[in-house]
Design a protein around this ligand. Structure first.
Ligand code: GLU
Length: 260
């Protein structure tokens, strides 16, 4: 009798264990549903992509519309979305520490990042470019040898430039900054010779004394990222991006934000 009771208990416990394992792997989407909102890390200083209007305090943009489409898919309501402002430097930490469900913030899909995150198919392709002072003698990538280059922590820029340097036997002096506005000041005051970033970023910092060179150094494919363990969420996000693409809605949104 004792043996039978022990056996039954073991089976029940094993069942509970299996349930827990199952619950764990499906937990990501339930966690979001139970909370009642999708939490998205977005830019607030990137016009057209994610921008906070100082007059209204509203955050709007192409990536906000995409995040709204994901919230709509999960809840049937695009407004069940909480927007958390992120920077280039903070976005990965915030996702990793569980403060965000997704990053929708000009985040390039790279093989290195794919080790840690699920990435949606690309929803926008930008290119890494170079901004210099008009009065400098740098007129193209070829004349950049030996020059000092400002990049921001947490971007793809430096890795791309390193490859360019290797392929073309050039040497660059890198300087890292905490924010793009700091590189702009450094370029203006000649503390660096070149500001390297995605074209969409450079276009926000350009003024009459500066120019963006014609060379495009890389294709920066922006994707929505979620944590690798959040498998279901990753699948839902992929579905949304694929649906937006196949229905033509993604190009409509890009047009709405003058991104085509
Ligand atoms: N797309 C680049 C990256 O993911 C830069 C974008 C940014 O700084 O937000 O590293």
């Amino acid at each position: 009798m004792k043996k039978i009771t022990f056996l039954i208990c073991t089976v029940i416990f094993m069942g509970m264990g299996l349930n827990l394992v199952y619950a764990d792997s499906a937990q990501d989407i339930y966690k979001i549903k139970n909370r009642g909102v999708l939490v998205a890390g977005v830019k607030t200083d990137m016009e057209k992509f994610g921008y906070k209007d100082p007059k209204t305090d509203n955050i709007d943009g192409f990536e906000i519309d995409i995040a709204r489409a994901i919230a709509k898919k999960i809840f049937g309501d695009a407004n069940k979305l909480e927007l958390i402002p992120v920077t280039t430097q903070s976005r990965e930490y915030l996702l990793y520490s569980g403060k965000l469900d997704i990053i929708a913030a000009t985040f390039t899909i790279t093989t290195q990042r794919e080790q840690f995150y699920n990435f949606s198919p690309p929803y926008y392709t930008d290119g890494l470019a170079l901004m210099v002072r008009k009065d400098s003698n740098i007129k193209s990538l070829k004349t950049l040898n030996g020059k000092s280059i400002g990049t921001v922590y947490g971007t793809t820029s430096r890795a791309v430039l390193r490859e360019v340097a290797e392929q073309s036997s050039m040497k660059f002096k890198f300087f890292s900054f905490g924010a793009y506005s700091e590189i702009k000041s450094a370029l203006a005051s000649s503390a660096v010779d070149c500001f390297v970033a995605d074209k969409s970023i450079l276009s926000q910092y350009i003024d009459d004394s500066m120019m963006i060179l014609d060379d495009t150094l890389s294709a920066e494919n922006y994707g929505i990222a979620s944590l690798k363990g959040d498998t279901q969420l990753g699948e839902v996000v992929n579905e949304v991006i694929n649906e937006l693409k196949s229905s033509g809605e993604l190009s409509k949104l890009a047009k709405k934000w003058n991104l085509e």
